[in-house]
Design a binder for this molecule. Structure first.
Ligand code: IVH
Length: 704
């Protein structure tokens, strides 16, 4: 780092501009993508440098300076919270004899003879992250992560967004009450979350636990609110009045207060019963929608817990009986290379089907070329695979003793499977290998088309993944604009299997209806690297109309290509590029990807074609102050007649409303159509205004 006193005015100005953008980009990677590219120390040093320069040149402080940014704490992370009652951990038992020892220790400690029945509550060990929720006079006042057990992070606002965490405790509660539990994400929600991330060009999370951790640590609570976090509560910290006498009584009380408690908990009275319950939970594991990595045993009576106390940082009265990682061995039949929309080559292990923890596994991810090399995985090898908390099975290791004599190391293809000719490339420092034939690779082409018609893009009814594949094979659609020429194949199409006059006419109508489309959707539909829904929105918001956006991008791409400098100083590159990088939420590498897209004339030709055949609506800024629903939280449930759910959502958001998937005390309106179920019941219970579709249209000015 150059000391500020060594910088002249001009250099300082440039450096501050660079720092503003670089820090913004790193924040984006850290908080939004959960994929930082620099260490915390390097990041802190950038911020320090920014502070030094600003102190030396106060007149140069930018309005978008990282030191001024609203919503972000001065340095990365959250403020600290002291746990007055520490959040301790649990000792582990791995075998039945460990459990027997645990019980014997307790008996010894309490001087109970072995005939004395000792109640133990047996419950799943949730594989999430522990949190502490503080209530003062019944109101949720502070939420914290575990941290090192003594000091955690203040994530109150993020925890407030969890549906399952009551904002107020119903019924009588101690003046001060800290409830502790585990935050997690369901398997089904995790799969959806990752699907969306992939769709938006973000790196998918490795497992539900990581995604829960990343989601809880978002700097922007609105981001956390979008993540399907859940909680199970199982302990308490500081309490001003502890009137429950057993652990199980506490769980009943938690339920009455409105906290989720795991339904599988059971009180057992001897070793056999305890182990039997462990086995039952272990069998249920494969069918649970959340990850558990063991079973916890806790002495039920609190007077006994108190007597037993703690040893080092774990209670004597509780233990975690861990499940063995679910593993199996099977043979690797083949390695298949899948090519995504951006040309990324992903190796997938095709396995001899094998049951792992109750689930038949026939594929496992191999991640990338480095992973195969590191584990020296060869076709024909016997592999140990596991599903240890992860949804996608992983390869643990090769069983070398079983390796066929004639096996050979796997050579990662240097040509794409699309035609066995196009070379693959790997950018320095990147783990991903890509097909270089962006426009000739049929996999990329067809995947781009699938993306173009996907739900958050053009969302053309009747034109899904299967139809796109079929029309692509027939050569009818090669680039997105061809979709609007499908009418030319009407006669042949209605003769194809699975198609009739009616379905063809419906499809063609749906396609025609899509000609009128919003700018953000068009941008998203193009499938530009790193330009997901959020970025598309930012671009649409900033550039307002299609022509503006295209001109600006073309100019930025031109400036970028003319700038040979490798120094990442956007203002040096040029005005349009600098403007692009200055949009809050858009970093240099995103801007580079946009420029790359616009530097290819084939993309420009296609964009011009789209501009001709589509009616792309200018971006509508939320008329926040004029609308009745601005700033309000809305939930849609049941079916809608006049619009799709996605449309209704977009419409509400345009008016400045927040659309939520579930009803809570924070909900202002529930728009309920036919078939509304539990959401309507809950809304009624909470006294939330319920509107039918017509009333919603009137309220939002869609009608009348
Ligand atoms: S009781 C004083 N019960 O496991 C002990 N912990 O390895 C309080 N965990 O830090 C913890 N499920 O994050 C308890 N049913 C459960 C649990 C559970 C998951 C986690 C918790 C704890 C860790 C200890």
């Amino acid at each position: 780092m150059k000391k500020p006193d060594k910088l002249n005015h001009n250099q300082a100005k440039k450096r501050l501009a660079w720092l503003a953008i670089a820090i913004k980009e790193h924040d984006q990677r850290y908080y939004q993508e959960d994929a930082p590219t620099i260490s915390d120390a390097e990041y802190d040093s950038l911020r320090r440098e920014n502070d030094y320069i600003e102190t030396a040149f106060p007149e140069l402080i930018r309005s978008d300076s990282p030191s001024r940014r609203v919503g972000a704490s001065p340095s990365r992370g959250f403020s600290k919270v002291q746990h007055h009652v520490p959040m301790l951990s649990l000792g582990n038992a791995f075998t039945e004899s460990d459990v027997e020892d645990f019980l014997a220790r307790i008996h010894r400690f309490l001087n109970l003879d072995s005939k004395n029945t000792l109640g133990l509550i047996v419950e799943p060990k949730i594989d999430g992250l522990s949190i502490s929720l503080r209530y003062e006079r019944g109101h949720f006042s502070r939420g914290a992560t575990r941290g090192d057990g003594f000091e955690g992070e203040n994530v109150t606002e993020n925890l407030r967004t969890l549906m399952e965490i009551p904002d107020r405790i119903s019924g009588q509660a101690p003046d001060v009450l800290e409830v502790r539990g585990e935050v997690y994400i369901n398997h089904s929600d995790f799969a959806l979350l990752n699907q969306n991330r992939e769709k938006n060009g973000a790196t998918p999370f490795a497992n539900p636990r990581n995604s829960a951790a990343g989601s809880l640590r978002q700097l922007n609570p609105a981001e956390t609110a979008k993540r399907p976090l859940r909680v199970f509560c199982y302990a308490w910290g500081e309490v001003s009045d502890q009137f429950w006498r057993t652990q199980s009584e506490f769980y009943d009380q938690l339920s009455l207060w409105g906290f989720p408690v795991n339904p599988l908990s059971k009180v057992c009275y001897n070793l056999d019963e305890v182990l039997e319950t462990y086995r039952v939970i272990e069998t249920q594991r494969a069918f649970l929608d959340y990850d558990i990595d063991g079973v916890v045993y806790k002495v039920d009576r609190l007077d006994l817990q108190e007597r037993l106390g703690f040893v080092s940082r774990a209670p004597r009265w509780a233990i975690a009986h861990k499940f063995p990682a679910e593993k199996a061995t099977t043979v690797l039949r083949d390695i298949e290379i899948q090519v995504g929309r951006t040309g990324a080559l992903t190796p997938v292990a095709r396995l001899e089907p094998v049951t792992v923890g109750g689930v038949v596994v026939s594929n496992a991810t191999l991640h990338n070329a480095d992973e195969i090399k590191r584990k020296d995985i060869r076709i024909g090898d016997t592999l140990r695979v596991q599903r240890a908390g992860d949804v996608i099975p992983q390869v643990v290791e090769v069983v070398l003793e079983a390796r066929p004599k004639d096996s050979a190391p796997y050579i990662f293809p240097n040509v794409c499977p699309c035609n066995q000719k196009t070379l693959t490339v790997r950018a320095p420092g990147e783990a991903v290998t890509r097909c270089s034939g962006e426009f000739s690779c049929p996999f990329q082409k067809v995947n781009r088309l699938k993306h173009f018609v996907s739900r958050d893009a053009f969302n053309i009814e009747g034109l899904g993944v299967k139809q796109v594949e079929a029309f692509f094979k027939l050569g009818w659609i090669r680039v997105p604009s061809d979709i609007f020429d499908l009418k030319n194949h009407k006669v042949v199409l209605s003769e194809l299997e699975g198609w009739g006059e009616k379905s063809v006419s419906n499809l063609l109508t749906a396609i025609e209806d899509c000609r009128k489309i919003s700018l953000d959707r068009v941008i998203f539909a193009l499938g530009i690297r790193q330009t997901g829904q959020a970025t598309s929105n930012l671009l649409a918001y900033h550039y307002e109309n299609f022509q503006n956006w295209i001109s600006a991008m073309l100019l930025a791409a031109k400036e970028r290509s003319e700038c040979i400098s490798t120094v990442k100083t956007p203002e040096k590159v040029g005005g349009a590029f600098f403007e692009l990088c200055s949009i809050d939420g858009i970093g240099i590498s995103m801007a580079d990807d946009l420029c790359n897209f616009f530097s290819d004339h084939r993309n420009v030709v296609e964009l011009n074609r789209l501009a001709e055949i589509l009616t792309i609506q200018d971006f509508q800024r939320p008329e926040s102050n004029n609308s009745e629903v601005s700033g309000k939280t809305v939930v849609f449930t049941g079916s809608l007649d006049t619009m799709t759910r996605a449309e209704a959502k977009a419409g509400a958001e345009k008016l400045g409303a927040k659309v939520s998937g579930s009803v809570s005390r924070k909900t202002d309106f529930l728009v309920a159509g036919p078939g509304a179920g539990s959401k309507e019941t809950k809304a009624k219970e909470l006294g939330i205004t319920i509107l039918n579709e017509q009333e919603w249209r009137l309220l939002t000015g869609l009608d009348g």
